[in-house]
Design a protein around this ligand. Structure first.
Ligand code: SAH
Length: 342
């Protein structure tokens, strides 16, 4: 059965007209989804008869808070969200001066196999649907009672490996009848699925593209990211240039610093060379601890030297602040679970 909250407003109108409901009913229901309400019983402006008809013909996917962890180091909150099939995914809320950013998952697990990341251990069990992706943002907003201002698709999963649901989600969360979050306040992070980056450029959803580059040459990238076997660094950079020229948006490159592996001045030099002339920003992330990876974060001295080298060459660079490390909510630390593991 089709999930009503996976549909765009237009598709939802068609679905409701098909069961004999007026078009405006779609907007009513769409607005409930944006408020984090997915139980028909809670939709007070829908009649009992309509609810029955909907139940007979359609599903609605739920995302429920199973547990919330509050960091003691900062205000970060990590949510374990339970899906209807018992899978548990993670969603993180981060508090900044400019507002609340929610980091959402797009898959249950991940197939990309990056050596440093906890989300990919055990592979992918399934894609999240558009409704489950939106459900994370709407549920966090409802739980906090404050408007979410920014979204990052940087939780568990590779968003571009779940292309159609992710694009439907982006359209829905941006919709003026929905959560109405501007595309400029949304960042999608990818390990570099080149064909999908090119497709996204043409989609007319001008979000910020973040690319998990992590190494500027094929030899180094091959060691830590299996995706580099499919698309080489040069192809990835070309796709980024294309995204940039079509959307006019600055590309953000994420670069984890792993001790002695990708953090030499030679790496910094190559990084400058390959991104030359591109409107971009480099976000350095000292690698976070993942016990299975065996990789060690760069020392503060090496991070500083790497950053200063880039800065001296006029590169736009920042070091990402580590948030929520005491509750394993930092980049690369999120992992999927199942409710049988309770
Ligand atoms: N699959 C997408 C979305 C995940 S975003 C992607 O790869 O971009 C999560 C970010 O955290 C990515 O940039 C990822 O490379 C990074 N990351 C993974 N493991 C990490 C670790 N141990 N320390 C720091 N960052 C890590």
């Amino acid at each position: 059965m089709v999930n009503l909250n996976d549909l765009t407003l237009e598709q939802l109108q068609d679905a409701l007209v098909k069961i004999g409901e007026p078009k405006f009913r779609a907007k009513q229901i769409f607005k409930w989804f944006a408020r984090g309400v997915t139980r028909l019983e809670e939709m007070t402006d829908i009649s009992a008869k309509t609810k029955e008809k909907i139940k007979e013909n359609y599903n609605i996917a739920n995302v429920e808070i199973w547990q919330r962890f509050d960091s003691k180091l900062d205000e970060t909150k990590k949510y374990l969200m339970e899906l209807d099939d018992g899978n548990i995914i993670e969603t993180v809320a981060m508090f900044y001066k400019h507002g609340i950013t929610v980091c959402i998952s797009t898959q249950v697990g991940c197939n990309m196999g990056c050596k440093f990341c906890a989300s990919t251990i055990g592979g992918k069990s399934r894609n999240l649907t558009a409704g489950e992706i939106l459900g994370q943002v709407a549920t966090v907003q409802r739980n906090l009672g404050t408007r979410v201002s920014n979204i990052v698709l940087m939780g568990i999963g590779e968003p571009l490996d779940n292309y159609d649901h992710v694009v439907n989600f982006l359209k829905n969360v941006n919709d003026e009848n929905g959560m109405c979050i501007g595309y400029r306040h949304i960042s999608l992070s990818t390990c570099g699925l080149v064909d999908k980056i090119k497709k996204l450029a043409e989609e007319n959803v001008p979000i910020t593209l973040s690319v998990s580059l992590h190494a500027p040459d094929n030899e180094t990238r091959d060691k830590i990211m299996p995706v580099n076997k499919a698309w080489k660094v040069e192809q990835l950079i070309d796709a980024c240039r294309e995204y940039q020229s079509v959307t006019g948006r600055r590309i953000s490159f994420e670069y984890i610093l792993i001790n002695q592996l990708n953090d030499t001045i030679g790496h910094a030099e190559t990084l400058i060379k390959i991104t030359k002339g591109m409107l971009s920003h480099i976000n350095l992330i000292p690698a976070n601890f993942v016990k299975e990876s065996g990789l060690v974060k760069s020392t503060p001295e090496r991070v500083k030297a790497f950053k200063q080298y880039l800065e001296k060459q006029g590169i736009n660079v920042t070091v990402r602040r580590e948030l929520g490390s005491d509750i394993s909510a930092s980049c690369g630390q999120l992992r999927r679970k199942h409710n049988t593991e309770r």
